[in-house]
Ligand binder design. Structure first.
Ligand SMILES: C[S@@+](CC[C@H](N)C(=O)[O-])C[C@H]1O[C@@H](n2cnc3c(N)ncnc32)[C@H](O)[C@@H]1O
Length: 162
């Protein structure tokens, strides 16, 4: 969609500038970045007020199966004190909404995590103007996944215990 970005040239310039700034910050302050891979992220429960994830879940709905989506979403919920926001809801392969969105939301509701779909002022692809918000503030215990490990570093994250 050439509304947010003006044209391919500006898109490339903005992306290049983002990559440059990321590289500079990574070099200057490597402690701000933590490597991890869903569905197991190396942080304690409720580490962040807000968890954002874009262009992975739902986008790769044809490559990443439903089980992976469920596990990854529960992991993001585990880390959040308030909300998880996910964008986009379209699959990047065919520009259609992730087909299992409703039943994924039902699954999350059964786990005590209400959600809502909200319109956003941005579309990467035509029609792709919605995000999913998962409400985490009042959640109870989440189902624990067989084989999941607590892999957070208790020294690095000890400030959260205070
Ligand atoms: C299309 S890029 C989106 C990058 C960025 N979030 C954005 O919106 O511009 C998908 C990203 O997902 C990352 N990724 C792939 N598998 C992952 C996993 N299991 N856990 C976390 N990130 C993963 C890739 O490394 C890649 O950076």
């Amino acid at each position: 969609m050439w509304a947010w970005f003006e044209d391919p040239g500006q898109f490339t310039r903005l992306r290049s500038e983002s990559a440059r700034r990321f590289g500079a910050d990574l070099t200057a302050r490597p402690e701000r970045y933590v490597e991890g891979s869903l569905p197991d992220l190396p942080f304690p429960d409720r580490s962040f007020d807000l968890v954002l994830s874009s262009h992975l879940l739902f986008s790769y709905g044809r490559q990443l199966d439903e089980e992976f989506h469920r596990e990854a979403l529960l992991e993001l919920v585990r880390l959040s004190r308030r909300e998880v926001r996910l964008y986009p809801l379209f699959q990047h392969t065919d520009f259609t909404r992730y087909p299992w969105l409703d039943r994924t939301r039902e699954f999350l509701a059964d786990c005590g995590v209400p959600s809502r779909v909200e319109r956003v002022e941005y579309a990467f692809d035509p029609g792709d103007e919605e995000m999913l918000v998962l409400e985490c503030a009042d959640r109870g215990d989440l189902p624990r996944r067989a084989g999941s490990r607590d892999q957070h570093d208790p020294v690095r994250w000890r400030h959260l215990d205070r």
